[in-house]
Design a protein. Structure first.
Length: 427
């Protein structure tokens, strides 16, 4: 096989190559690539490409050779196990016509780990001790699959890691970071922060900050999802502290420009922000859902520690349940219908009283695809938020084009955001 000539003149770059047919089929979320991307940015390594290859030796060999002509550091995850479809180590050795050699000390360590787990030692595990000649071992403190650091040609190094995220992260911290700092650092550090906004469209947001979107350091980019907009700010400097100082003025300007549309940073979501606000105020929340069918409760209880403030909820899907559990008068349901501000207001007030909470959210609407009327189209949603100072009513027409799940999600986001604003106003 012809070994490629590496271009020494190009700037230092890295690529990520993830191995596994299960990734291509979508059976497993490729969280490793995202995590490694953040790690490379924090170390100041230029990173322009990611690839996923199935468990196929020829395609993996080709991918490695192609990468060697583009980058100086190739990070590979997956395919280091003992089974026949774990072909990463053999494939990269073949790509550079290099034989494998058994590391006797490594094989002994693997056997000891398997014995500690009280499993029978399979001969297939022995392949994990076979590494390309000249490769340096990356120890795996918890698993049996070691990684390698190997430079098969000039100015090109391969680092391999298992696909198991916990093993990858520990090995990266112990071995990759020290190696990159010795050999691969560029002297620059990238710091990113995500700002979250809701109640404003991406286009409206972008129209107000054209000058920020044209900045070079820090860079500013917008991303939209259903009911929300994200702004990513990325700053580059020699140290993390300097990068954060560069990033801060832009962050402050965005928060000032968009005021109440801004609700959180990085890993925040509306449910976590609301829970934290309630916790600070030492207040509680209860909910009553109709068209969202438990979606709001799911979002709230997905947050660890939500039991500090969330008392519970009632899924009052049928009118009979609204009457029996929430004590909604039959005449109110007959006169205005379940999807009405009169009914949703009563749902919130009665839920607050029945569960003894400081706050209560109720939602009733038409998520579709059927059941619409001329005065009550698909996408019509009524929300009520009952609190210490009364009850706020919100009406939304999300539109049939959002689809059933879209209408449910938008209803949940709007209700949480309205409660967030009320909590801020009463602080």
């Amino acid at each position: 096989m012809n070994i490629p000539m590496h271009n020494d003149s190009k700037k230092k770059k890295a690529e990520i190559l993830c191995v596994g047919t299960e990734l291509l089929l979508g059976n497993i979320l490729n969280s490793n690539a995202q995590w490694l991307s953040l790690q490379l940015a924090s170390l100041g390594i230029n990173h322009y490409r990611q690839s996923v290859i199935g468990d196929n030796t020829k395609r993996l060999q080709d991918a490695v050779i192609e990468a060697s002509n583009r980058c100086e550091i190739l990070i590979i995850t997956g395919g280091l196990g003992p089974t026949p479809d774990d072909i990463t180590t053999e494939a990269i050795a073949n790509a550079f016509d290099t034989p494998l050699e058994e590391k006797s000390k490594l094989w002994q360590e693997i056997k000891e780990k398997i014995s500690l787990n009280k499993s029978s030692i399979a001969l297939s595990n022995r392949k994990q001790a076979l590494l390309p000649v000249g490769a340096e071992v990356i120890p795996n403190p918890t698993g049996t699959a070691p990684g390698i650091i190997w430079s098969p040609i000039s100015n090109f190094t391969i680092l391999t890691f298992p696909g198991v995220p916990s093993e990858l992260k520990e090995m990266w911290k112990d071995s990759a970071i020290p190696w990159i700092k010795r050999h691969g650092g560029t002297g620059s550090v990238f710091i990113s922060k995500i700002l979250h906004f809701t109640g404003i469209s991406e286009s409206s947001l972008a129209e107000q900050i054209p000058f920020l979107l044209q900045q070079e350091n820090p860079t500013v980019a917008t991303y939209a999802s259903l009911g929300e907009v994200k702004i990513r700010i990325t700053a580059q400097s020699n140290t993390a502290k300097e990068a954060e100082e560069i990033l801060l003025p832009t962050e402050q300007q965005l928060k000032k420009t968009f005021g109440n549309y801004f609700y959180g940073t990085n890993e925040d979501n509306l449910a976590s922000v609301v829970i934290n606000l309630l916790r600070k105020k030492k207040e509680t929340l209860a909910i009553a859902e109709s068209c969202t069918g438990g979606y709001l409760g799911k979002e709230i209880t997905a947050i660890a520690g939500s039991s500090d403030v969330f008392l519970g909820g009632i899924i009052a899907y049928s009118n009979e349940v609204k009457r029996q559990l929430l004590h909604i008068p039959s005449e109110l349901l007959l006169k205005y219908g379940a999807v009405s501000e009169q009914v949703v207001e009563k749902m919130a007030l009665n839920t607050r009283e029945k569960l003894g909470s400081n706050w209560a959210i109720s939602i009733s609407g038409l998520a579709g695809p059927g059941g619409s009327a001329q005065d009550k189209p698909i996408g019509l949603v009524h929300i009520a938020i009952a609190g210490p100072n009364g009850c706020k009513l919100i009406q939304e027409r999300f539109g049939q084009h959002r689809g059933r799940l879209g209408i449910q999600k938008l209803s949940v986001l709007r209700s949480l955001n309205e409660l967030r604003i009320l909590l801020h106003e009463q602080s």
